[in-house]
Design a protein around this ligand. Structure first.
Ligand code: NAD
Ligand code: ZN
Length: 347
């Protein structure tokens, strides 16, 4: 039995003892969890009890954005040692699947992902995890930053899909955590400037504290017009939809340049009408993103190099015993909050 933050059913959290897997396989490591970030998806399961086809049917431990310290290694593990500070990919694919063999393990239909029903998450003092999906952090990257690698990897995946070229001008719609991660990954990937939209001024203030991130408050300002003015009438080379709103899909299609690229990152709760005539007339390349594959090493390298600083996005840190208060605050969705974290261990 282990203590954990358990989502018992929709809108009912408990910090209690629960039976969790405890068998260390030869290729696994045991990790003392240090920090866990609260993600929009954790909050969505708490409030709605489901995300699309994933429905909470029995109590589930929450949390998937985690860092920790290795406390035990399986007999065949060679890449990690006891005492290593690490962060973990929350999705574990079937390594024999066709998706894994193709290198696209994020879209393996058999992937098991922390805190996605029916699989438990990591808001508990220790977890067992495959060593292959556990990544050592450089000395200059804190465990709090390590817990930010997961959402940053989504931005990295989006930018990789965009195939950015040096000097590209980008638009991001939605200045939530994922939009900001995309903006930072786009700058690190070579964009000259990233324009970012939101309906909420506080969100834009947080995003535009970064150099070369330019805020666009909608609807009073028109993103297409701003991008045209910045590019001598051409438009954005690449536009990332990170709001998950239908209106925002239309605005990336409008603001992107002829032959530009639109990357769809936002998850939409209902089918969205898409102006395909507009997309075709500009021969827009359209890409979609589902989590990430092979991005953790690169994300950690960028954070370690100092090119990407995620620390300003951590807005509050709660103790494990105060996990329910942390989630209550996340449900409040204060406009000035970006990433709320829970410090599970003392490390
Ligand atoms: P969030 O809700 O915190 O942020 C969304 C932001 O968009 C908010 O600040 C909101 O004010 C703003 N917004 C709403 N409508 C807008 C509009 N029309 N134009 C511009 N901004 C608008 O969410 P988040 O955690 O940042 O995630 C963003 C989206 O990415 C969500 O849809 C989420 O489900 C999705 N997501 C996708 C993946 C993936 O693998 N594809 C992974 C994680 C999250
Ligand atoms: Zn997440």
């Amino acid at each position: 039995m282990a203590r954990a933050l358990v989502l018992e059913e929709k809108q009912k959290l408990a910090l209690r003892e629960i039976d969790l897997p405890d068998k260390l396989g030869p290729m696994d490591v045991r990790i003392a969890i240090a920090t866990v970030g609260i993600c929009g998806s954790d909050v969505h399961y708490l409030v709605h009890g489901r995300i699309g086809p994933f429905v909470l049917k029995k109590p589930m431990v929450l949390g998937h954005e985690a860092s920790g310290v290795v406390t035990e290694i399986g007999s065949d593990v060679t890449n990690l040692e006891v005492g290593d500070r690490v962060c973990m990919e929350p999705g574990i694919p079937n390594l024999s699947s066709k998706a894994s063999k193709l290198g696209v393990y994020n879209v393996d239909p058999e992937v098991r992902f922390w805190a996605t029903p029916p699989d438990h998450g990591c808001l508990t003092p220790t977890v067992i995890h495959p060593a292959a999906y556990t990544y050592r952090l450089p000395k200059n990257v804190s465990l709090a930053e390590g817990a930010m690698v997961e959402p940053f990897a989504v931005g990295m995946q989006a930018v990789a899909r965009a195939k950015i070229k040096p000097g590209d001008m980008a638009l991001v719609t939605g200045a939530g955590p994922i939009g900001i991660m995309c903006a930072l990954a786009a700058l690190a990937g070579g964009c000259a400037k990233v324009f970012i939209t939101d309906l909420v001024q506080e969100k834009l203030d947080i995003a535009s504290q970064y150099e070369n991130v330019e805020p666009i408050l909608i609807p009073s300002t028109n993103p297409t017009q701003v991008l045209r003015e910045a590019t001598e009438g051409w438009g954005a080379d690449v536009a990332f939809e990170c709001a998950g709103a239908a209106a925002s899909v239309q605005s990336v299609l409008e603001a992107v340049a002829p032959s530009g690229c639109v990357v769809l990152v936002g998850m939409h709760v209902a089918p969205v009408p898409v102006d395909l005539a507009l997309a075709l007339s500009k021969e827009i390349r359209m890409e979609t993103v589902f989590r990430y594959a092979n991005m953790y090493d690169r994300a950690i390298a960028l954070i370690g190099s100092g090119k990407v600083n995620l620390k300003p996005l951590i807005c509050a840190t709660y103790s494990f015993e105060d996990s329910i208060a942390a989630f209550n605050r996340a449900v409040e969705a204060r406009p000035t909050d970006v990433k709320i974290q829970i410090k599970v261990g003392e490390t």
